[in-house]
Write a protein that binds this ligand. Structure first.
Ligand code: FES
Length: 56
């Protein structure tokens, strides 16, 4: 759903990737998301990422 919103909008903004997570403290990499700045762990580096850095 977030990807659909991303594709439908032209304005900048922030996206919250909050969801159920494996460990929740950065050890399992189960919540990693590709960004312009490398993979980010949603539990440690998020859960909010800005639109411009997200790679779907
Ligand atoms: S939930 Fe394990 S690294 Fe984020």
């Amino acid at each position: 759903m977030l990807k659909a919103v991303y594709n439908a909008t032209t304005t900048s903004g922030s996206y919250s990737f909050e969801e159920r997570m494996g460990c929740g403290f950065g050890a399992c990499m189960g919540c990693s998301c590709k960004t312009k700045y490398g993979n980010k762990r949603i539990c440690k580096d998020g859960p909010v990422l800005v639109k411009e850095e997200i790679i779907w």
